[in-house]
Design a protein around this ligand. Structure first.
Ligand code: NAD
Ligand code: UD1
Length: 324
């Protein structure tokens, strides 16, 4: 049984990872619940939840001096690119400073650590047009979020080379699936769409706001594939000091995404078009050869992933209906 720390572990990706590991391992989650929710976490004796901020030096020092962890997944962040454009200083403290602080705490206290895995982002590639993105492609971060992720990722990898701290970093492309919180205007686009579809099915008035003309495209990767990749990277020896793209290797534009979900649900989502967001990337697509070399094989394409997500949301909506 390993001892695992997951920061941001009440959030979308973090809670799915915590529920996956807490079946067989001891998991500690730290989350300030700014976007995440305790209800995302399954109740088990293996899981310990700490409400607090990764920017709280005293709290982080206490946690990292009192327990020796085998694995640390640092996922806590303000995950929204647009939010970082609106609040660059606040997001920098979480998206960069907390990583640097954690690395130092690990260097000074975590002597048996098997891996520290940091969640970086495909946003680091920016708008340089060559696709698909390989890990060695041109890096051109356009926003405070992307700059912070790239700087943090560099430190994470450097701590392996300089101090022999076992680290890896992953660049998630656009992750979607159950438990992604749609409440903020800055939430992941598929979770926002799903929220509007649920309203539509409940016969409430709703529209989806499309920023730009909908021809922007993303490599959307289903959460179960992300968990598969994280587990493989964390446990592989080849991944020490390495950075990996996590995506599917296929992209879809937003117009096609809407028409695919329209077909699945047999409805027509009303759309209102607005100016594209500043700092928005036009096209994003992963080359996943490197992560495939550690055994990753995505099980879902966009259609099968959406089918699974939609059926989860519909089952939950029926449950919510019964509860009311
Ligand atoms: P999320 O917002 O659901 O999860 C982040 C969690 O961190 C939330 O539960 C939030 O409450 C918590 N958090 C925020 N500030 C905190 C703080 N100061 N202290 C403690 N907890 C804090 O987002 P997610 O989609 O699960 O993203 C997880 C990680 O993956 C983030 O680092 C994000 O930048 C990165 N990422 C996500 C995607 C994606 O498509 N979802 C893509 C690329 C990178
Ligand atoms: C997402 C992630 C970011 C990650 C990046 C990696 C979130 C919130 N953001 O950013 O953490 O680093 O992928 O590729 O998970 N859009 C609309 N209407 C909306 C919302 C969004 O049209 O209501 C558009 C956006 O303008 C953008 C596209 O949808 O063109 C995707 O937006 P979003 O889901 O926020 O993702 P990214 O900005 O790609």
């Amino acid at each position: 049984m390993n001892n695992i720390l997951i920061t941001g572990g009440a959030g979308f990706i973090g809670s799915t990872l915590a529920n996956f590991y807490s079946k067989d391992h001891k998991v500690t989650v730290i989350d300030d619940l700014s976007m995440g929710s305790k209800s995302n976490l399954e109740t088990t004796a293996n899981l310990c939840f700490i409400e607090g901020s990764v920017t709280d030096h005293e709290l982080m020092t206490e946690v990292l001096t009192q327990t020796q962890f085998d694995y640390i997944f640092h996922l806590a962040a303000i995950a929204s690119v647009a939010d970082s454009v609106a609040r660059p200083l606040e997001t920098h403290q979480i998206n960069f400073d907390s990583v640097f602080q954690l690395l130092e705490l690990v260097r000074n206290n975590q002597f048996g650590l098997k891996r520290l895995l940091f969640a970086s982002s495909a946003a680091v590639y920016g708008d340089e047009p060559t696709l698909p993105k390989q890990e060695e492609s041109v890096i051109r971060p356009l926003t405070p979020y992307a700059i912070d992720k790239f700087a943090a990722e560099k430190y994470v990898v450097d701590y392996y080379h300089l101090y022999d701290i076992p680290t890896s970093a992953v660049r998630f492309f656009n992750v979607y699936g159950p438990k992604q919180n749609p409440e903020s205007p800055y939430s992941g686009v598929i979770s926002i769409m799903m929220d509007r579809y649920k309203k539509l099915l409940n016969k409430e008035a709703t529209t989806f706001t499309m920023f730009g003309d909908g021809t922007q495209s993303r490599d959307f990767v289903f959460i179960e594939d992300v968990i598969q990749a994280l587990n493989l990277i964390a446990t592989s020896q080849d991944s020490l000091g390495e950075v990996y793209n996590i995506g599917t290797g296929e992209a879809i534009d937003l117009n096609k995404l809407v028409s695919t979900i329209n077909d699945l649900l047999e409805v027509d989502l009303p759309i209102c078009y607005e100016e594209e967001r500043s700092g928005d990337i036009k096209h994003s697509l992963a080359d996943i050869s490197k992560v495939k070399a550690v055994g990753y094989q995505p099980k879902y394409n966009i259609k099968s992933g959406l089918e699974k997500y939609v059926s989860y949301e519909l089952a939950n909506r029926d449950k919510e209906g019964l509860d009311n």
